[in-house]
Write a protein that binds this ligand. Structure first.
Ligand code: ADP
Ligand code: MG
Length: 285
């Protein structure tokens, strides 16, 4: 099974989700536009920068049911639509969530990691439903027509390219409007950390100072997403030091981190040292 959403439900809101006003306004336009003709939107940006959250929030705001499909996991054609199954010696065709979702008026179909798909055939099927006529022939049950108002949102991690054939890439991309998400500006990300983890402003500033230092450092080739800064803030909110929080949240070489921390320690006055003390790990320790 490929679907991860399982049911066709309107997603729950994130009351602390920030978006660029311009993006908001254009999302309203896409929403209106979808009443007249099919709309596909490609959301790009670094991993953990809010792409999936944006799709969910859009669906919530417009009270549309939503279903998410991991396109990156598709291995062959047909995997989205259904499967021949065997029961009591009889074969029958079991329909998956995808055909149901695309026949649900107004549904938001989230195609996650469309760039990671290993299967050109599976992409071909998607290509049919994303094209102008919005229909696809499936031998097992005939013509499937995309319902009115359905919006396709594909998300793609920036920097990675489509893995299918080149013509396919261009042809696919051609069919999408595009929203590109950047990291949030310091002040906004600060607000997100405070609202979501309840840390105080000065702690949030310290975290973001470190985080932005890594983001702006070309030598350290790791990306620190909003997801990461939230993970760090959550640990700090639970009493961890900045150093601990970063070590346990980031995939960063210890050397690189230590030198970063050193430069920040001076400024924050954090005077902790790394004592390698071993203790027993028991129930009451
Ligand atoms: N603009 C934002 N406002 C508030 N929280 C955000 C924002 N962008 C990302 N986040 C938070 O960061 C985390 C990762 O976001 P997600 O949507 O899963 O990223 P992506 O799909 O790009 O990998 C989530 O917990 C999300 O709530
Ligand atoms: Mg995502």
């Amino acid at each position: 099974m490929i679907d991860t959403g399982n049911q066709l439900k309107v997603p729950r809101p994130d009351p602390n989700f920030f978006i660029l006003r311009e993006d908001l306004e254009n999302l309203q336009r896409f929403n209106q536009m979808s009443e007249k003709h099919p709309v596909n939107i490609l959301t790009t940006g670094n991993q953990g920068c809010g792409k999936s959250s944006l799709v969910r929030q859009f669906a919530y705001i417009h009270q549309r049911p939503m279903a998410t499909f991991q396109v990156g996991l598709l291995l062959e054609a047909g995997q989205l639509f259904g499967q021949q199954r065997l029961k009591d010696g009889e074969t029958y065709y079991q329909e998956f969530l995808f055909p149901k979702a695309i026949r649900t008026p107004g549904c938001v179909i989230h195609l996650e990691e469309i760039n990671r798909s290993e299967s050109p055939q599976a992409l071909n099927e998607l290509f049919s439903v994303l094209s102008e006529d919005r229909s696809i022939w499936i031998d097992e049950y005939g013509m499937i027509q995309v319902a009115p108002g359905v919006i396709f949102f594909a998300t793609m991690n920036e920097g990675e390219s489509f893995s299918g054939t080149d013509e396919m890439d261009e042809a696919l991309k051609d069919r999408f409007y595009r929203i590109h998400l950047e990291y949030l500006p310091h002040e906004v990300e600060r607000e997100v950390l405070i609202r979501k983890t309840r840390i105080d402003g000065s702690k949030a500033d310290q975290i973001l100072k470190m985080v932005n230092r890594i983001r702006n450092n070309d030598q350290i080739r790791i990306s620190v997403s909003i997801r990461h800064s939230l993970m760090i803030a959550e640990l700090v909110a639970m009493g961890a030091s900045l150093r601990e929080a970063m070590i346990y949240s980031l995939q960063i070489s210890k050397d690189a981190l230590e030198s970063l921390l050193l430069s920040v320690q001076v400024e924050t006055g954090e005077t902790e040292v790394n004592r390698a003390e071993y203790v027993l790990y028991l129930r009451n320790s």
